[in-house]
Design a protein around this ligand. Sequence first.
Ligand SMILES: [Zn+2]
Length: 414
Amino acid sequence: MTYTSSLAEALAPDILDRFQRYVRVETTSDPSTGVTPSTPGQFDLCRLLVGELAEIGLEDASMDEHGFVFATLPGGGPVVGLLAHVDTTPEVPGAGVEPIVHRAYDGGAIALPREGTMLDPGAMPVLASKVGHDIVTASGDTLLGADDKAGIAEIMAAVAHLAAHPELPRPTLRIGFTPDEEIGEGANVFDIERFGARCAYTLDGSQPGELQDESFSAIAVTVTFHGVDVHPGSADGILVNAAKLAGRFLAALPSDLSPETTADRAGYVHPYDVEAATARARVKLIARDFDDELLDQHVALLRRLAEEAVASEPRARLEFDVKRQYSNMRRHLEAFPEVVERAAQAIRGEGLDVVRVPIRGGTDGSILSARGLPTPNLFTGGHEYHSKREWASVQDMASAAATVVRLAEAWAVD
Ligand SMILES: [Zn+2]
C-alpha cells in the first residue's frame, strides 16, 4: 500500500491514463520563434485538453489565440486558480515520447530500451525510495514530459472527480493550462484579469509534500566585447582581439559564485553561451539569488570584471546589457499568508509532511506573483526533469491530485 489515501488510489487510474495520453503529444517550446505559443504542437495538446474539460462538464472551456486554456468549475467561496504548463524544455528531445510503466518497482536499476539510458537508484536516492511504486519513464531517447504534464493530469483528474461529486466542498475553481513556461514567456502573456482568480497554484514541483513560496530572483546579462579586426599579417599595434578580452573576463569569474559550487540559499553567476571572434565576442550569463540586493551585487561584480577585462585596451569597446527575468515570489506572497497556509492544510490532510524548500529556479508563479496573482508551487511526483531519465511515480501523482481535491475543500469557505 503505497498510496497516501483511498482517494489517491481511486484517482490513480484516471491520472495514469491521462498522463500517458498527454506526454505523447510533442509540445517542445522554442525560444527563437518570437510568437506565443512558440510552437504549434502546444496548440494540439491545448485542443485535446479543451475537449476533455468539456467532457468533464466544464462548459466554458476554451483556448485563446495564444494557446491559453481556461475553464471554470463553479462552486462557493472565492475564485481559486489551478495552473500547469503544456510545453516541455527545448533542451531535450520531446518528439515521439513513448511512456513505459514499470509496475511495482523493485528497487533495482531501470534500463530503458533506447540509447542505453539507465535509471540507477545508486545515483538517484529519490528513485531508490520508491520501491513498490509504479514508475513511469520515457523510452531512453526523449524526455518524459512529467514537467509539467504530470501537473496537467493531476489537475484534470482532480477536477473530473470534483465535477462527478457535486456534494464535495469546493470554491469556484479556475483551470489554466499555459504555453511556453520553459522559455520564460507564457506567464508574461497570461491574462490575469480574464483568469479572474484571487490566487492560484502551479503544479510544477517534484517530491510529495513540496510547497514552494520562494524562488530565485533572476537577471540575464549579455556582455559584448568589441575589438579591432585587421589582417594578422599587418596587425602589429593595431589589432585588438575581442575573443581574448572575453577569455580574460571568463577567467576572472569567481569559482565560489558558480552553480557547480553553490547549493541551498546561495546564488551564482553562470556563463552559458559564448560566441567569440576577433572583432566581436559575446558572453551570455545568468545571475541568480534569493536576495534581490545580493543579486544586484552579482550583476555589479560582472560589470566590474567586464570593465577590468577591457581596461588595459582603450580601443576596445564594451556593451553590458541587463534584463530582469523574474523575482523571488516570497516578497509578493507574504501579504497573503492564507494562500500558503491552506495549501499546507491540504498537504497535511493527505497525510504528508509539508516540505518547504526554496526553488533554485523560477516558475510561472514567480512572474504571476509579481504581476499580482499570488501563485505558490505544489508538487507533482515527477523527477530528473529536463533529461532522458525523467520519471514520475503514479502513487505520488495520485497524492498530488488528492491534495488538489483537499485544497478545494480548504478554500470552500472564504
Ligand atoms: Zn515545469
